[in-house]
Design a protein around this ligand. Structure first.
Ligand code: SAM
Length: 233
C-alpha cells in the first residue's frame, strides 16, 4: 500500500477496519531478555518470592507474565524459583502462564531456544545449569520448562480466567497504552490478583494517577501488592 501522508492512512483505516489488526501487529515491540532489570529480579528472588512460597496455601504458586515476548521473563522466574527459592526452603511448584498477542513470539517461547544476547544478564551459574548448546542456540533444559504454559492472547480483548500470586506486566501497558487504557488495565490486572498477590510493572514505568486496587511495596522497582493485602515481605 502506498499512501501520501498520515491523513490518507487515517482515512484508509476508517474505511478498512481490518487494517487496525495490521497496524496493531506492527506496534508490538518484542524486545526482552532474561533477568532484564537485574535489581528487580534480585529483590523478587531475595524478598518477595520466598515470602510467597512460605505463605502458599495452594498446591502450586500461580504466576502470569502478561506480554511475555518469547518467554524470557517467564523462564527467568521459573529458573530462579527452582535454583534459589526452592533450594532454600520447601516451596510448592510454580506454574507460569505467559501470554502475548504475537503468535510467533508464543511459538518461540514454547521452543525455549535463545541467542546468547538474550541471556547476557542471566547469572552465569544459572546459565551453565539451565541451558545447553544446540545448533539453533541456547536451549533451556526440559526441567526448567516444567510448569510453563504459553498462550496467544491480546490483553485488550481477554484475560486468563484464574487468579495469580504474581503478575508481571512489564514494558508494554504502562509504556505504550494511553492513561485511560492504563487505568482500565490496572483494574483488569488486579481483578486477577490473589489476596496476597504481587503486581510487577517495568522498572522505568509508573502507574497512572488515581488508580486504586494496588499499593506500592517498592515503587522504584515497580513492585506493588493488592490493596488491603498483608505486607508479604
Ligand atoms: C517490550 S516487550 C516486553 C517483554 C517483557 N515483558 C519484558 O519486560 O522484557 C512487549 C511485549 O508485549 C506484547 N504486547 C503488546 N501489546 C499487547 C497486547 N495488547 N496484548 C498482549 N501482548 C501485547 C508484545 O508483543 C511484546 O512481546
Amino acid at each position: 500500500m502506498s499512501l501520501p501522508d498520515l491523513a490518507s492512512y487515517r482515512a484508509y483505516l476508517a474505511a478498512h477496519t481490518e487494517e487496525w489488526a495490521v497496524l496493531d501487529s506492527l506496534c508490538l515491540i518484542p524486545i526482552s531478555r532474561f533477568y532484564r532489570d537485574r535489581r528487580v529480579f534480585d529483590v523478587l528472588f531475595r524478598d518477595y518470592l520466598p515470602a510467597i512460597a512460605r505463605a502458599a496455601t495452594t498446591a502450586t504458586v500461580e504466576c502470569w507474565s502478561a506480554g511475555c515476548a518469547s518467554g524470557e521473563e517467564a523462564y527467568t522466574i521459573l529458573i530462579g524459583w527452582k535454583l534459589l527459592v526452592g533450594a532454600e526452603e520447601p516451596a510448592p511448584p510454580l506454574h507460569m502462564l505467559g501470554t502475548d498477542a504475537d503468535p510467533t513470539l508464543i511459538e518461540r517461547a514454547r521452543d525455549a531456544c535463545y541467542p546468547p544476547s538474550a541471556l547476557k544478564d542471566l547469572p552465569s551459574d544459572w546459565l551453565a545449569v539451565a541451558f545447553q548448546q544446540s545448533p539453533e542456540g541456547c536451549l533451556l533444559r526440559a526441567e526448567f520448562r516444567q510448569g510453563a504454559d504459553f498462550l496467544c492472547q491480546n490483553l485488550r480483548e481477554a484475560l486468563p480466567s484464574q487468579s495469580f500470586d504474581v503478575i508481571l506486566c512489564r514494558n508494554f501497558v504502562f509504556t505504550y497504552f494511553d492513561s485511560d487504557m492504563q487505568r482500565t488495565m490496572v483494574d483488569r490486572l488486579t481483578s486477577r490478583l490473589s489476596e496476597r498477590g504481587l503486581l510487577v510493572i517495568g522498572a522505568t514505568e509508573t502507574l497512572p494517577e488515581g488508580c486504586a486496587g494496588v499499593v506500592a511495596l517498592d515503587q522504584r522497582l515497580g513492585i506493588y501488592a493488592r490493596d488491603g493485602a498483608v505486607d508479604c515481605r
